[in-house]
Design a protein. Structure first.
Length: 319
């Protein structure tokens, strides 16, 4: 009697609850219950296609190829591990949403074809995918569960090229900070190294710190990795922000050490030794940063150990 009432209420409201079976492959209801998840993932496809130009030709976004499969796997994982019914919206609502979104996405893709390096259409595609996917998940499973997909959404967004103003500002400030910090280390060690813009000069020798040596690639990669590990380890907000801050600090310190070693090699051993050491020092710095990030994320994922206090009641035996 109660099931018939719930089905009647669902038919009146236009939303049909579906219960996920323990054998989803053989249950049509479970297959239908995955449709909102698949729709949420599909909304990101135009943005990822547009961003692939920056992955192929950009200087700092080659990590973007990792994001779509990782985000897809994390989405499926969270969807399956989240308990509760799935409510399918009425077909009319879905068609209305498609009628609104499809022309908008097509216009943005046409603008992207006209100028693949133009970042505004890519950003608008990403914003559209984020809002629409969260709205779809909220319509099918509620806003509380939709908010649980935040780290996955930020992971999707990390594959998109940053606005040029933001990116150039980060590169400029990181380069200045690295140059000044390395010069201070040299001066402390007794070498009168001077700062000339983005260059380090010792007597007649000069080392230029290019944009690639600023650490921006490590910075952006670790921002992406933060969202991935936050979702993988199910970190709360406070620990995720701690991981993000520490990761950026690790990337800066390791890159500063790399720049110091390269400048030291240039000053002491000449240009040929500098060119030989440039690539392998970059790989070494990336490996050290990645290892430190992995260890840190693992430590933050360890649950708090709280003392368990047991109350022992002493009963006096009757004599």
């Amino acid at each position: 009697m109660e099931d018939s009432r719930s089905n009647t209420a669902g038919a009146i409201s236009g939303i049909h609850p579906l219960k996920i079976s323990s054998h989803p492959a053989a249950d049509p209801a479970a297959v239908a219950g995955r449709l909102p998840m698949l729709g949420a993932v599909a909304l990101w496809i135009p943005a990822m296609i547009a961003a692939s130009y920056a992955w192929r030709h950009g200087d700092y976004y080659d990590y973007g190829w990792f994001v779509p499969p990782a985000a897809l796997w994390l989405t499926i994982r969270r969807w399956q591990e989240t308990p509760g019914d799935v409510k399918l919206p009425r077909l009319g609502w879905v068609l209305a949403a498609v009628a609104l979104l499809l022309p908008w996405i097509l216009v943005l893709r046409v603008l992207g074809y006209a100028d693949p390096s133009w970042r505004l259409p890519i950003a608008l595609l990403g914003a559209t995918a984020a809002l629409a996917s969260h709205g779809l998940i909220a319509a099918s499973r509620g806003w509380r569960i939709s908010a649980g997909f935040l780290w996955i959404t930020l992971l999707w967004m990390s594959a998109l090229p940053w606005p040029s103003v933001v990116e150039s500002g980060i590169v400029r400030h990181l380069t200045e900070a690295v140059v000044v910090a390395v010069a201070e280390v040299f001066q402390i060690s007794g070498k009168p190294v001077e700062v000339l813009g983005d260059r380090l000069r010792l007597h007649a020798l000069t080392v230029e710190v290019t944009d690639g040596c600023s650490g921006v690639r490590s910075f952006q990669s670790f921002v992406m990795a933060t969202w991935f590990f936050a979702e993988l380890q199910r970190l709360p907000l406070s620990r995720t922000l701690t991981l993000l801050a520490c990761a950026c600090g690790i990337a800066f310190v390791v890159n500063m050490g790399r720049t110091y070693l390269l400048a030291h090699i240039r000053f002491e051993h000449g240009l040929e030794a500098f060119e030989r050491a440039h690539d392998w020092l970059g790989l070494l710095a990336f490996a050290i940063s990645g290892l430190a990030f992995y260890v840190l994320s693992g430590r933050l994922a360890v649950p708090d150990r709280r003392a368990v206090v047991r109350t022992v009641q002493l009963r006096q035996n009757p004599s």
